[in-house]
Design a protein around this ligand. Structure first.
Ligand code: FES
Ligand code: FES
Length: 176
């Protein structure tokens, strides 16, 4: 059995562990390091419940070997909440976008990745982004409502900042 010493930064914490060549990232996170936000629904890349951000991109952590993630930055749905829930998590809760919640961590990670790359998606784009996330409970309508709400709130906040009479953005700002 070949093993590998790897390092990961998970939700801001540096971790060192030894994994077998075959160890999947989701199992390293859940079973070895006790980060249980990513769920295992299928272990075969279909359901999306295991989705995390790997160096900023949403990936299904059952499709990545832990050794492939050596040296990477991993964010789980627990890490999205920084004291308070992330706006996507709040919206999923308040728009009734979850029932059993098993898919919710993965959906939150997919949604936040979508909104980072496309801050103002339409409903078709939201549905397309969610294609890899299976939910057996909600019918998706309220999930899409929640993500659309975050996009709307972000757009409204941005346009309020840009209304006539507002001061110009600070020099060097990225406008995001
Ligand atoms: S457990 Fe990874 S996609 Fe289902
Ligand atoms: S809320 Fe139950 S699987 Fe999505």
């Amino acid at each position: 059995m070949t093993t590998h010493d790897i390092t990961l930064t998970v939700d801001g914490t540096d971790e060192e562990l030894t994994v077998e060549s075959r160890t999947l990232l989701v199992h390293a996170l859940r079973d070895r390091l006790d980060y249980t936000a990513p769920n295992v629904g299928c272990d075969s890349g279909t359901c999306g419940a295991c989705t995390v951000h790997l160096d900023g991109d949403a990936v299904k952590s059952c499709t990545v070997l832990a050794v492939q993630a050596d040296g990477s930055d991993v964010t789980t749905a627990a890490g999205l909440a920084d004291g308070d829930l992330h706006p996507v998590q709040t919206a999923l809760h308040e728009e009734h976008g979850l029932q059993c919640g098993y898919c919710t961590p993965g959906i939150a990670m997919t949604a936040t990745d979508l909104l980072e790359t496309n801050p103002d998606p339409d409903r078709d784009e939201i549905r397309a982004a969610l294609k890899g996330n299976v939910c057996r409970c909600t019918g998706y309508q309220n999930v899409v409502d929640a993500i659309e709400r975050v996009a709307d709130e972000t757009r409204d906040a941005d346009s309020a900042v840009g209304e006539p009479g507002d001061s110009a953005p600070p020099a060097g700002g990225d406008g995001s």
